[in-house]
Design a binder for this molecule. Sequence first.
Ligand SMILES: CC(=O)N[C@H]1[C@@H](OP(=O)(O)OP(=O)(O)OC[C@H]2O[C@@H](n3ccc(=O)[nH]c3=O)[C@H](O)[C@@H]2O)O[C@H](CO)[C@@H](O)[C@@H]1O
Ligand SMILES: C=C(OP(=O)(O)O)C(=O)O
Length: 435
Amino acid sequence: MSSAFEVRGGQRLSGEIIPQGAKNEALQIISAVLLTPEKVVIHNIPDILDVNLMIELLGDMGVKLNRISRSVCEFQADEVDFEYMHSPEFKKKTGKLRGSVMFAGPLLARFGKAFIPKPGGDKIGRRRLDTHIIGFEKLGAKFVYETGDNYFRLESEQLKGAYMLLDEPSVTGTANIVMAAVMAKGTTTIYNAACEPYLQQLCKMLNGMGAKISGVGSNLLTIEGVTYLGGCEHTMLPDMIEIGSFIGLAAMTQSEITIKNAGIQHLGIIPEKFQQLGIQMEFRGDDIYIPSQEQYEIQTFIDGSILTISDHPWPGFTPDLLSIVLVVATQAKGSVLVHQKMFESRLFFVDKLIDMGAQIILCDPHRAAVIGLNRTHELRGITMTSPDIRAGVSLLIAALSAEGKSTIHNIDQIDRGYQYIDERLRNLGADIKRV
Ligand SMILES: CC(=O)N[C@H]1[C@@H](OP(=O)(O)OP(=O)(O)OC[C@H]2O[C@@H](n3ccc(=O)[nH]c3=O)[C@H](O)[C@@H]2O)O[C@H](CO)[C@@H](O)[C@@H]1O
Ligand SMILES: C=C(OP(=O)(O)O)C(=O)O
């Protein structure tokens, strides 16, 4: 696969786009197949690097795979090869993505042992695993941290239900603990649980397999342990981060775009945040129609002060869309403070936008003030490198709106989360190619 996108910006796009299945949901759901020896069929799987690697890893671990199509796969974990999990290859592959950390919960629940190599994922600041490990310990697991090669080993003969108050509502941490607790003896209560649609979907799937989880969608989950989980079928929701990215793309390139089958009832506060940037949209059934807008004006707070958009655990605004908000604001009328509270190194990509002519002040690693250009001039195309998945797509959106040619390197970062993105953008009229 080639490693750069060449983009000639300034084209107005138009047409319909269908969101892929949700990446971060897929990583949880695919891990959960390890909980049963029976067949599990998953639909609407996004065909992206991270998800394909998770599926490949399961295959390497001995799980039987039948990829019925690019979006449907049947899994059967009737045998699991623990030897393989000690191999350097397993450590190397799991180190390429964040999702692999979620193999631990199901393995611990079903086989009483698990390993967590240092997970990969975006380099966007410290990403600790304390919530996961402390949760497993509360359920009675013992863990050893092998400092030499950054390896956690977990063991427990029989997990036991417990009450726990998480120190933070970690998304993958909650998923991991839930998957461990479903087969623990007795009742587990998780307070301050993350409750993203990803987790709601995971709980729905687990209940379909025979688990007894209540409180789904809230930050208080109660799980009555069962002794066995069976097979199921599950369909992934549309990817809310892709949907937010497409809303931003439409506004920034002054394009008329319809996002089909967006699963609007699961988007929470996302549409509202883009509306606060002045972006118009209409909900037509389950589609989002974004008209072509010459200009959009950022709202102020009710008292007239400058708007702040910040991240917050669900049902607050996801940190994964703040980079998109930031890039869209560069061409708005008005100003906004983007406050990325969760991650420490996710805003540094603004340097590239500044090189393109945007007016941004990086106040500190967590806050960037954007003074919108209101189209007094277009951004200029440049050569740049994508630092992380969402910054990568934000730079791509900037390039599509900019005057002249841009080259974006390190696009594996984009391919790990956005399915056939160049082809889908070309279908909307974009001038983009892989080089
Ligand atoms: C594979 C996957 O699903 N990745 C997502 C998951 O990562 P992941 O599950 O790794 O992220 P966590 O929810 O554990 O936390 C993310 C970061 O935010 C910090 N934190 C978290 C909660 C909180 O109330 N306060 C706080 O500061 C954590 O210390 C950590 O540095 O959730 C993140 C937060 O939505 C998303 O950016 C990632 O895309
Ligand atoms: C940060 C993200 O992914 P990961 O957790 O896989 O690095 C993301 O999806 O925005």
